[in-house]
Every structure is written in structure tokens, then in C-alpha cells.
Design a protein around this ligand. Structure first.
Ligand SMILES: [Zn+2]
Length: 219
């Protein structure tokens, strides 16, 4: 059995055991906004392997959406393809894009928002997933800490990062829901950027995020 097949088998075995969590949610109709960061003319970070953050964000966001729906959670994807949400005539596309993302979250009446991003740093040895929350949001902190622990435990890659407060990111500050930004890894790290481009690793990241969300909702 190849290493990849073995990894898949272990992953699927765990997945079976963990779906039990959703039964506790009973019939509450939970809705989660899934935001794939950047898009269109804004590629986000560019990986050392030339992969674009916007593409990886969208791939992981779709996996998060599908896994949430398997847990009977409703989802709203803020962008469904490569593009942004800016008004076409807006002078500042980035500002208009962010404003429209926040407006879409308001309209969705979702209970929480997960924004998917990839990190980058000048020192290529830096790596590891990290979750950010708005410093004024107690629920955001709880959600971020739960997802961070899920990522650390399930990826099991020696990551020692902790969920981190932030008081300036627009998505964190302006959204009506508890919102977290999940920086899934560093595109500036050779090993991690290769992993983040792999379908199987993206699936593991998405699974860890979703299990964190389910645990948060069950607490
Ligand atoms: Zn980003």
C-alpha cells in the first residue's frame, strides 16, 4: 500500500468515527458563511511553487462547504469562482469587494463566518496553520481556539502556533457574525506550499476546520 493510500485510509477511518458529533446538533438549522479570500485580479500571496493563494483558498473553501453540508449545516459561499465581489464601476475594487463580502454575510443571517487564506513570510522556514479572530469578540476567540486546536491535533505536524487576536482586519471587524480567518499554511515554505497544493492535504485541512466548527457548535 502506498504512503498516500495509507494516509487516505487512516483519514477516512477517523472521519467515520467523528461524524457522530453532528447528531448532537439536533434540528437547529445552522448556517455558516465560507469566504475564499482574494480572487480575480487579486491573487493574494504567490507560492514558492507559483501556486496562487486565491486558487488554493477556493479549493479549500469548497471542501469546507461540502463537509459542512454532510454534517447538515447550511453554507453560503461568498465567491464561487475566480473573481471578486466588487461593484464593476467601483474605483477601489479591493474596498468594494470587502464591503460586498460583509454585506453578503449580513444578508445570509449566518451564525458564523470562516474566511480561508494562506500565509507568507520572508523567512522560508516559517510554517504552520494559524487562526485569527477579532480581539473584541469572545465568540470569535472561542471559535478560533477550537479550530486552531483541531488543526494542530489533526494535522499533527508539530505546529505550536496559537489562535491570535487582531483588531484591524476588515473581515474580522465589520462582520456581524463571529468570524475567523484561517491561514492554512505558508506559501513561502517549500514543504507546506507543496502540501497546500495537494488535494488530499486540502481535504485534511478542510476536515480539521469543519471538525473545529462542529465542536464549537456543540459546546
Ligand atoms: Zn490572504
Amino acid at each position: 500500500m502506498s504512503v498516500l493510500l495509507l494516509a487516505s485510509a487512516v483519514f477516512l477511518a477517523r472521519k467515520g468515527a467523528e461524524t457522530v458529533l453532528s447528531s448532537k446538533l439536533e434540528n437547529r438549522q445552522i448556517c455558516v458563511c465560507v469566504d475564499a479570500g482574494h480572487g480575480g485580479g487579486d491573487p493574494g500571496k504567490i507560492g514558492v511553487n507559483d501556486e496562487l493563494e486565491k486558487d488554493i483558498n477556493l479549493q479549500i473553501a469548497y471542501k469546507v462547504k461540502n463537509l459542512l453540508e454532510q454534517q447538515d449545516v447550511k453554507t453560503v459561499m461568498l465567491r464561487k469562482q475566480d473573481g471578486n465581489l466588487a461593484d464593476q464601476d467601483a474605483k477601489n475594487q479591493k474596498v468594494s469587494d470587502m464591503q460586498n463580502r460583509v454585506a453578503a454575510i449580513e444578508e445570509s443571517e449566518a451564525q458564523l463566518t470562516i474566511s480561508i487564506h494562506q500565509n507568507s513570510y520572508p523567512d522560508p522556514s516559517v510554517k504552520g496553520a494559524q487562526v485569527f479572530y477579532y480581539s473584541e469578540s469572545e465568540e470569535g476567540r472561542r471559535l478560533a481556539e477550537t479550530i486552531q486546536k483541531s488543526l494542530t491535533d489533526r494535522l499533527n505536524d508539530g505546529n505550536t502556533r496559537e489562535a491570535k487576536a487582531n483588531d484591524s482586519y476588515y473581515m474580522l471587524k465589520k462582520t456581524p457574525t463571529p468570524t475567523v480567518i484561517v491561514e492554512c499554511g505558508f506559501l513561502s515554505n517549500y514543504e507546506e506550499s507543496a502540501l497546500l497544493s495537494e488535494d488530499m492535504y486540502q481535504e485534511r485541512i478542510a476536515w480539521a476546520i469543519v471538525m473545529g466548527i462542529m465542536q464549537y457548535l456543540n459546546q
